[in-house]
Design a protein around this ligand. Structure first.
Ligand code: F3S
Length: 284
């Protein structure tokens, strides 16, 4: 059996850094809180819970818990939320991914200088909400998700626009949406804020899936990047399985597999990837 495991499977740099930060804070003792689940992975979140880490979902919850350390996850938070966490009196450890932090700094500076900010991405995603929250004049910031939003965009054409995108946005679509604004006569300064971790993982998964008899995508059912990997792999390999752990795997479903590929979403820990890999090598 030839087993190909994607080199890019699992945690990206920013997620690893955030998860490592929480584990390292638990070593120091005291009450540890994460502002939202640190990642979309039930196993990691419940493992941290066993170590006493509590997930906080709302600022008001922070007012009613014993003093401790609040860790901000890799998606980041808005300036208002950041300041509210500090004002709650707890110690703050900011594990915002540096690539996301860079976007916060860009929009804060450019909006203060009078540019209009356009954020290309999903308006409901926490990363995008956080970015909007660092714009000096939040009300004049627009989030554009798709072609319809771009076509509807209206504003003063004499004001320069600074465009940034959600880190996981598709580069080609970012370019297309900006072009719609430019064709409407807007002066757009485009900042490349796309993180390659996602596209590299997707591209490697696609290549492996196109060359194996069976492809396994490991991820949490709530993880959208894992679902996206599944979609990409399914297009290349008819026998693609989505699993959360090795417990979801049967033995060789066809009885004639010669090669199996394995990849995993950005919130899948290394030990789960290794367990699946070992299971396949032993049982398939
Ligand atoms: Fe950061 Fe890129 Fe991951 S922005 S959180 S390294 S996907």
């Amino acid at each position: 059996m030839n087993v190909k495991v994607a080199k890019t499977a699992g945690f990206c740099f920013g997620v690893k850094r955030a998860v490592d930060t929480v584990y390292s804070e638990t070593q120091k003792g005291g009450n540890i809180y994460t502002f939202g689940p640190i990642i979309h992975n039930d196993f990691v979140v419940s493992d941290l819970e066993k170590k006493g880490v509590k997930v906080i979902n709302d600022i008001t919850e922070l007012w009613n818990v014993p003093s401790g350390t609040v860790i901000i996850r890799s998606h980041g938070v808005s300036k208002e939320t950041y300041e509210a966490i500090i004002a709650s009196g707890h110690k703050v450890v900011d594990a915002t991914c540096p690539f996301v932090k860079k976007i916060h700094n860009v929009v804060a500076k450019e909006s203060t200088e009078g540019k209009r900010i356009v954020v290309i991405g999903d308006p409901d995603h926490p990363e995008v909400k956080g970015i909007v929250g660092w714009c000096a004049y939040g009300g004049s910031t627009t989030v554009i998700r798709d072609e319809n939003d771009a076509a509807r965009f209206e504003g003063d054409r004499n004001i320069e626009i600074t465009a940034v995108s959600q880190t996981t946005f598709r580069a080609a679509k970012y370019k297309d949406l900006v072009e719609i604004l430019q064709k409407k006569g807007y002066n757009v300064n485009v900042v490349n804020t796309i993180c390659n971790a996602t596209t590299d993982r997707q591209e490697e998964a696609r290549k492996i899936a196109s060359s194996v008899d069976m492809m396994i995508v490991i991820g949490d059912s709530k993880s959208s990047n894992s679902q996206k990997l599944y979609e990409i792999c399914s297009r290349e390999c008819k026998c693609t399985k989505f699993v959360q752990t090795r417990d979801n795997l049967e033995t060789d479903p066809t009885g004639s597999l010669q090669s199996v590929g394995i990849t995993a979403g950005a919130s899948t820990p290394k030990n789960i990837i290794e367990e699946v890999q070992n299971y396949v090598r032993i049982n398939f």
